[in-house]
Design a protein around this ligand. Structure first.
Ligand code: MN
Length: 197
């Protein structure tokens, strides 16, 4: 699928004369490790949007409770439409009445490596997403280490689970959602972003 085709649902939901969100379509930066971002989104209900750079777009899941560092905590992750790469640094306010109205914060941002394997062979990430299972190593400011995303329900109510893998960065006693609530990009709180845009 071309990047423009992948972004069609994203663009159809938004009116770019009204929302400050990026339309997308700038050429992807050359080289470097792929990006991940977790955006805290105070929409009708507060949630965390987990996004991974895959084949020129940000594959996206909405996580109501946010990520956990405890491998025993499985977090529901509901897939949403692909977002443009430029969205990774979007922080601001989506106006009332527009799709996803509310404040968006870059809660965590960094790079990642794809660790997905099948029978000992690496699986490209696009394929892993299509097959419903992927494993990544995150290098963020708040989230580090291995995480797995696994689809457990297909169809109209498609649903996945995000789980911290058991490794040296797993920690059942730390909760980054509670301990580090502010922006990884600007240090601002949700209230400050709401006031400043
Ligand atoms: Mn959202």
């Amino acid at each position: 699928m071309s990047q423009d085709d992948a972004l069609k649902p994203y663009r159809e939901k938004r009116q770019f004369c009204r929302t400050p969100e990026p339309r997308g379509g700038e050429p992807a930066p050359f080289g470097g490790e792929p990006l991940f971002v977790v955006q805290k989104h105070a929409a009708r209900t507060l949630h965390y949007d987990f996004r991974l750079e895959v084949d020129g777009v940000l594959k996206s899941w909405a996580i109501p409770k946010g990520p956990s560092l405890n491998p025993a905590e499985k977090r529901l992750a509901v897939p949403t439409e692909d977002h443009p790469l430029e969205y990774a640094r979007f922080e601001g306010v989506i106006p009332e009445g527009e799709y996803g109205a509310g404040t968006v914060m870059v809660w965590d941002i960094g790079t990642f490596r794809n660790l997905t394997e099948k029978k000992g062979r690496p699986v490209p990430l696009g394929e892993a997403v299509a097959h419903g299972h992927l494993k990544v190593w995150l290098e963020g400011k708040k989230l580090r280490g291995g995480f797995s995303l696994t689809r457990f329900k297909s169809g109209k109510d498609e649903a996945w689970l995000l789980v911290k893998n058991q490794d040296e960065l797993a920690d059942a006693h730390r909760d980054p959602v509670a301990e580090a609530p502010d922006s990884a990009l600007t240090g601002r709180s949700l209230e400050e972003i709401e006031q400043q845009g």
